[in-house]
Design a protein around this ligand. Sequence first.
Ligand code: ATP
Ligand code: MG
Length: 420
Amino acid sequence: MSAIKAPRGVRDILPDESWKWAFVLNTTMEIAGNYGYSEIHLPVFEHTELFSRGIGETTDVVEKEMYTFTDRGGRSLTLRPEATASMVRAYLQNKMQNGIQPAKLWCAGPMFRYERPQKGRYRQFWQIDFEALGTSSPMVDVEVISIALDLFNSLGLSNLDVVINSVGCPACRPQYREKLKNYFQNRFNDLCHTCQSRLDRNPLRILDCKNENCREITEEAPDIYSSLCGECKDHFDMVLKGLSSLGIHYQMDKRLVRGLDYYTKTAFEILSGELGAQNAVCGGGRYDNLSEAIGGPDLPGVGFAAGLERIVLIMEQQNCNLGEEPHIDVYVIAAEKDVDVEVMSLVSDLRTAGIKADMDFMCRGMKAQFKSALNKSASHVCIVGGDELSRGVVTVKNLGRSEQSEIARPEVVSFIKQNI
Ligand code: ATP
Ligand code: MG
């Protein structure tokens, strides 16, 4: 019997990659602070209804992608496929309407979707999520888009496209739905099977079908702009104006409807050519009806979610600075047996002084210990041996300069501190 492996579509983020994630997350935390966003930790599972009602029954996520299970108490729970619905739930449950508005919150963590695994698409993946709840000001939409761009720019990503659209609101979208339905009805036979079934349920989703034929048909489809109500039109105009005033270039795309039903007014994505078929680094928009859909009061909100794996993929491909790979400053080598206690004590003194130190625990020969020192990118090694020990000294070697000297044991820490 072979050892059990992880389920399909999930990955271990190994030490050779995890430090890159930490770099992205630390940068995110800094940017969040600059924009006045506070971190929130949300649960990984919620009542299934939060997502089925919040995201919408006819979306791909709810129809096909959720990890839903019944717990021992007979409740239907779902591993979160995204964070927005949970964020709104947390706002309502914790009465954040009584605090400063808008509540500006961010979080990062794993999301779960039952999808076909491929490059940049996993069944467990991380999202960085920013949401501003409690205001309908179009300037918050602008702020949210500029946070995403600021984050990606700070990480050094280049060649990104901001794509934006308005998806209207319950006052004007039904009209547009009808227009679309009529248009697609006439081309029914040319649509793929999925889109044929979408025609009655959710014709807007046909607009973002990836099928060649459907894409051709949607090119000529009516756009929403002439159907937008006065409020949605004004809102959209203000968002575009705000973006321009910040020097943010964008493309309008009438086919951008996003996969989730809760969007109202602004919908946007940031795309990278580096990602192939999975080209969205982040997606977001306004969702003024989400709160009501999950049984809450009227609560406007806007935000975005960015895929952490995809960010790191692009950064690797574009050779961006990913921060510093973890390393050790000093590796303490035992030159003979039975000096483990002295080695451990020196390592401990170094660590207490804030120096990154490590040692061998495997009783290996000096050569192997030197190799470990190099592997861990140590700039110095200390060699502890019987003869030196009896003289009260330690050999300190600067690996970069191949210099070595004997230092009195009580001076070792301050000597190294001066030299690293
Ligand atoms: P896609 O069109 O690629 O399926 P989406 O519209 O389903 O994306 P959103 O729900 O907007 O994605 O999620 C926001 C971001 O999360 C995406 O832009 C992407 O970077 C990331 N993401 C979504 N699904 C996955 C996944 N299965 N694996 C890795 N990252 C993902
Ligand atoms: Mg998807």
